[in-house]
Design a protein around this ligand. Structure first.
Ligand code: XMP
Ligand code: MG
Length: 178
């Protein structure tokens, strides 16, 4: 099935406001500390860039990237998570915050956090923009959540359908198109 851009679920203005709010919280929690922010590619990249600009000089923020695959060109998870590109930083003894676009079943983030925890960081937290809470099958401990959303497939602000629509500045519902 093909999808097209449906109605706006979260506007640019709402996203901006929430990113500022989350940024302020993280900045306060990690003032004067070094943090390695891990962007989960590709969906989190726009949120990541906006969020990190909120850290200011108070946080010694560093970037790293992790690419995983679980969905392929579908809107339904394959149930299999694979690391496609690992971090290039040694996170042993470091504060780490994983930044992800969306938490759905919890499979991806529980896999990623287990993997990173084995590397013995000083601290490990998760920040997600969107949470489809009712879909959860794997428990995941998230410290920073942007919006709880209903069980709809969403696109825009980094989120895609088969690689399309990531560039849209708002979050939209993806509408089935025959
Ligand atoms: P799990 O089920 O592992 O899913 O928590 C997290 C990953 O699933 C993708 N996902 C979506 N991607 N619109 C998207 O573009 C959605 O509505 C959606 N729901 C889940 C996403 O890649 C995330 O990393
Ligand atoms: Mg993703």
């Amino acid at each position: 099935m093909k999808y097209r851009i449906g109605r706006v679920l979260i506007s640019e203005g709402q996203l901006r406001e929430k990113v500022k709010e989350l940024g302020a919280q993280i900045r306060e929690d990690y003032k004067g500390e070094k943090v390695i922010f891990v962007c989960v590619l590709k969906g989190a990249v726009i949120f990541f860039a906006d969020l990190l600009r909120e850290m200011g000089p108070e946080v010694d923020a560093q970037f790293d990237f992790l690419a995983i695959s679980s969905y392929g060109a579908s809107t339904v998870s394959s149930g299999i998570v694979k690391i496609q590109e690992d971090l290039s930083t040694d996170i042993h003894g470091e504060n780490v915050i994983i930044v992800e676009d969306i938490l759905d079943t919890g499979l991806s983030l529980s896999y990623i956090s287990k993997l990173l925890r084995e590397r013995a960081p000083k601290s490990l937290e998760i920040c997600v923009l969107l949470d489809k809470e009712e879909r959860r099958t794997q428990p995941v401990n998230v410290k920073y959540t942007g919006f709880k959303i209903p069980d709809e497939f969403v696109i825009g602000y980094g989120l895609d359908y088969a690689g399309h629509f990531r560039h849209l500045p708002s979050v939209h519902i993806a509408e089935p198109a025959e």
